[in-house]
Design a protein around this ligand. Structure first.
Ligand SMILES: [Fe+2]
Length: 366
C-alpha cells in the first residue's frame, strides 16, 4: 500500500512481475543459536483473560513510546498481528531480517513487554519478507526460522514441524474460554490479481480474482481451521494479517479472493462457531467493522494497524465500517467483563487515551 510503498520503496506490482511464477522455496542458512533458545525467559500463560492487547505494524527504527501505555494497562496477553519488524526491501537478505529483529529486541518498551506479558505472534508481509508477498516468496523458509527463533517457539511446538506459522490456543476455564486463532496468510497465499487502475478508489492495488483455484490459507490450514472452529469457546479471536470482512478498497484483504472469503464465512456458519471476532492489521489505520449475516449473529472486525506509523492521510469508502478511521498511532484492547458477559473492543492512542470503544454482549455473538 502507499504508505509502505513510500517507506520501503517497494512496488508490489513490479515485484510481482519480477518473481518467477513457480519459484521454489529455498532453505536459508541455519541461524546461529537456532534450536538453543531459552524458553524460561518467556512469561507464563495466564489462567484467565480479562484484557487482551493487540497491535501491528511496528517499524523497528522508529521511537516506540506506545509500549508505556500498553504496559500501564497490564494486559494478560499481547497479540502481535504482523509487521512486527520491517525487513522487506529487495533483494531480501536474512542478515537484514536478523538485524531488524535485533533492533526491535533492543527497544526498551518492547523488551519489557516480552519479559512480562504473555504474547502470541503471527507475521504479515513485512516480517515475512516481501511487500504483499505470498507463497512464491523464495526465502520464506529462512524467514520462518528467524521468526520462530525470535519468538522463542519451543522445540516441540507444532509450528516447527509443519509449513506456515498458523497457530491456536485456548485460555481460561469453561464458561470463560477465549480461543485465539492466528492465521498464516502469507505462506500458502496464491498470486494476487494486480489492479488495472493503480490508486483508483476501490481498486488501489488489487482486483478481486474470481479464480476458484486461488487460495488464502492452503488445504492443510483450511482443514486445521475447521478443527479449531469445532472446539468450544466463549470468545474466538481470529487474527488475520489482512482485513477479512472489509469492503470498499482495493488494498490487500480477503476480498482479493472472493471465493476464499465466502468459504471462511461459510465455515463459520457450518461449524456453528460462536463468539467470533476478527482482529486484523496491515492497513495502517484503526477501525471497527460490522458484517451482517442473514440468519446468524453479526461478525465484527477490529483493525488495529500502525503502532509507530499510522497513515495520517488515509481514507476509505468503508461501507461496513462503524465510526471514523483512526489515523494516529494506536493499539487495540479486547476487554472482557466475565460477570456481565460483555466485551469491549477499544482503540487507544499512544498515550493510552481511548479513541474508540464499542461494547458487545457475548450473547450477541451466539
Ligand atoms: Fe504494515
Amino acid at each position: 500500500m502507499d504508505r509502505r510503498t513510500l517507506l520501503h520503496a517497494v512496488s508490489a506490482a513490479a515485484l510481482a512481475s519480477s518473481l518467477p511464477s513457480c519459484a521454489v522455496p529455498v532453505q536459508g542458512p541455519a541461524l546461529p543459536g537456532a534450536g538453543l533458545q531459552d524458553n524460561s525467559a518467556l512469561p507464563p500463560w495466564p489462567a484467565r483473560l480479562t484484557q487482551i492487547a493487540f497491535g501491528s505494524c511496528i517499524d523497528q527504527k522508529k521511537a516506540q513510546p506506545i509500549w508505556d501505555a500498553i504496559l500501564a494497562g497490564r494486559p494478560d496477553l499481547f497479540i502481535f498481528g504482523g509487521d512486527t519488524v520491517y525487513a522487506s526491501t529487495q533483494p531480501w537478505l536474512l542478515d537484514n531480517l536478523q538485524k531488524a529483529y535485533s533492533t526491535q529486541a533492543a527497544q526498551p518498551g518492547f523488551a519489557r513487554l516480552r519479559q512480562t506479558v504473555a504474547h502470541l505472534a503471527i507475521w504479515d508481509d513485512h516480517d515475512f519478507g516481501l511487500n504483499d508477498g505470498g507463497a512464491d516468496f523464495p526465502h520464506k523458509l529462512a524467514s520462518k526460522q528467524a521468526f520462530m527463533d525470535f519468538w522463542k517457539l519451543r522445540q516441540d511446538d507444532p509450528r516447527r514441524a509443519r509449513e506456515g506459522l498458523y497457530h491456536a490456543q485456548i485460555f481460561g476455564p469453561p464458561g470463560q474460554q477465549v480461543q485465539v486463532i492466528l492465521l498464516d496468510e502469507r505462506w500458502f497465499r496464491s498470486k494476487l490479481r494486480v489492479t488495472d487502475q493503480r490508486d483508483a478508489p476501490g481498486k488501489e492495488r488489487y482486483l478481486p480474482d474470481p479464480n476458484p483455484a486461488k487460495t488464502m490459507l492452503g488445504p492443510d490450514q483450511w482443514r486445521w481451521l475447521e478443527a479449531q472452529l469445532l472446539q468450544s469457546a466463549d470468545l474466538r479471536l481470529i487474527v488475520s494479517g489482512v482485513q477479512v470482512i472489509v469492503q470498499g478498497h482495493g488494498w490487500e484483504g480477503w476480498a482479493n479472493f472472493p471465493a476464499e472469503q465466502s468459504r471462511l464465512l461459510d465455515l463459520i456458519e457450518r461449524t456453528q462457531a460462536k463468539g467470533v471476532v476478527f482482529l486484523s492489521g496491515d492497513r495502517h489505520i484503526g477501525a471497527l467493522y460490522r458484517h451482517e449475516r442473514a440468519k446468524h449473529y453479526p461478525l465484527f472486525e477490529l483493525t488495529s494497524s500502525g503502532m509507530t506509523h499510522a497513515w495520517a492521510g488515509a481514507s476509505e469508502a468503508g461501507p461496513n465500517r462503524m465510526g471514523e478511521l483512526v489515523t494516529q498511532n494506536h493499539f487495540a484492547l479486547v476487554e472482557l467483563d466475565w460477570p456481565a458477559r460483555h466485551i469491549a473492543l477499544t482503540l487507544k492512542g499512544s498515550a493510552g487515551q481511548v479513541l474508540q470503544r464499542h461494547r458487545i454482549a457475548l450473547a450477541e455473538l451466539d
